[in-house]
Design a protein around this ligand. Structure first.
Ligand SMILES: [Zn+2]
Length: 423
């Protein structure tokens, strides 16, 4: 029987070697990976990736934002892009970001080895600074044209090193990131494979997550101001204690989400600072973070208003001052229906157990959705662990995810661009 397109599979052994080899770049003695954007290790990873591409006969280049791109010859018109990010958080595991890049590479190699000609060109991409040494999602924002000179010049890491300095150390001009912008007409779709980074697939024993939406979020820094005073001499009824205000607010969170969220809403207070922060003094000020996420844009907006209303009401009642700064805001991104369908059909054909699910974390795909239809494929994270050396996915699940990506890629690359956008 002749081999058909549907019979093409990835080479797991080669993919395993790649994952383990790239996992050594930036690894410390205890096993944690430190490949933060524009460090030596991060640059070495780019070189390593380009070498693998060149070995495979895939033309590679680095754009102005230091995104690494590989392209298969053949096909005309806009490309199907597959990939993820090469950088890591400090003390990371081996899979966040890199799995999506390496699966993309393996897919291109298999398509080339089989001599398959697709209607549309296919490209693999390893994005720069997704994890946020300099703010995050830098490479994808460069590609979609969301950077500007001010943003580039203002970007600094936590130690005060500027993006411009960090790039210059490797002979790169940060302003060239502006040249990485792609004409949306050159991209037909973006596909990203990523670890789930949560416990759902692992706990349910499923090998694939077909992502329907990527969550949007807003982050605030909130300040409640009262009056610092003596813990012993100030009667309870005469206090203006901002921590009591925060406690009341925290208790309201489940109700606010239930009343104003989509059902997939989440809110987290992850950081609290008390001023002056002394055991026998009523705090005069509490400064805390608020991270709120939802997959429906209108619900996120509603949550924004509801949280502000509740905080301002309780501040008034408790004679506190209430201020907040919006630190970031990212709109939710729905995955494109034709791509979700293509992924789901592939998973059904391959008979893998799967779930349609939202993504609770931000990804490059979210940014790419501003200029192209996107799709995301999740594989399980053991124990839901991520951003840690304990981050892992079973090889069988990695193989399944890679084969879903390969078959989906072949499907999409044989569509017309209008089929992906609208069908
Ligand atoms: Zn990631």
């Amino acid at each position: 029987m002749e081999k058909t397109l549907q019979d093409i599979r990835v080479n797991l052994e080669r993919l395993q070697e790649d994952i383990l080899a790239l996992g050594k770049i930036g690894q410390d003695e205890s096993g944690g990976i430190h490949r933060m954007a524009f460090t030596e290790a991060d640059m070495e990873a780019r070189t390593w990736l380009r070498e693998r591409m060149s070995e495979a006969g895939i033309h590679s280049e680095m754009d102005g934002a230091a995104n690494v791109l590989g392209r298969l010859d053949g096909g005309e018109g806009p490309s199907i892009l597959i990939g993820s990010h090469l950088d890591s958080v400090p003390n990371a595991g081996k899979l966040d970001g890199t799995l999506g890049v390496l699966i993309g590479l393996e897919c291109l190699r298999r398509i080339k080895e089989e001599g398959i000609e697709t209607r549309l060109p296919i490209e693999v991409i390893g994005f720069s600074d997704e994890e946020g040494r300099f703010g995050g999602l830098l490479g994808s924002q460069a590609l979609t044209g969301e950077l500007n000179p001010e943003k580039i010049l203002q970007s600094r890491d936590l130690t005060g090193i500027s993006l411009t300095e960090a790039m210059a150390k490797h002979g790169l001009d940060s302003m060239n990131a502006l040249t990485a912008r792609r004409d949306p007409q050159t991209i037909a779709a973006f596909l990203e494979v990523h670890i789930e980074q949560g416990p759902v697939l692992d706990q349910e024993g499923l090998s694939i997550g077909v992502v329907e939406d990527i969550t949007g979020l807003f982050k605030w820094s909130v300040r409640l101001t009262g009056v610092a005073n003596h813990a012993g001499t100030t009667p309870m009824s005469m206090r203006r204690d901002p921590l009591m205000g925060l406690a009341e607010f925290a208790g309201e969170i489940p109700r606010i989400l239930e009343e104003h969220g989509s059902g997939a809403g989440r809110a987290t207070i992850g950081k609290v600072d008390l001023v002056p922060g002394v055991a026998n003094t009523i705090p005069g000020e509490v400064i805390f973070s608020l991270d709120v996420r939802d997959i429906v844009a209108e619900k996120l907006e509603e949550l924004h208003d509801a949280f502000r209303r509740v905080l301002s009401t309780l501040a008034r009642r408790r004679s506190l001052m209430f201020e907040f700064d919006i630190l970031s805001r990212v709109e939710p991104a729905p995955c494109a229906a034709p791509i979700v369908t293509a992924i789901e059909e592939t998973v059904k054909t391959l008979k893998f157990p799967y779930l349609r699910m939202p993504s609770g974390a931000a990804h490059d795909a979210q940014i790419m959705s501003n200029i192209a239809p996107i799709g995301m494929i999740f594989v399980p994270s053991k124990g839901g662990r991520s951003h840690s050396p304990a981050e892992w996915t079973a090889w069988k699940d990695i193989e399944d995810g890679a084969n879903v990506a390969l078959q989906t890629l072949l499907t999409l690359a044989n569509y017309t661009p209008s089929q992906i956008a609208h069908s």
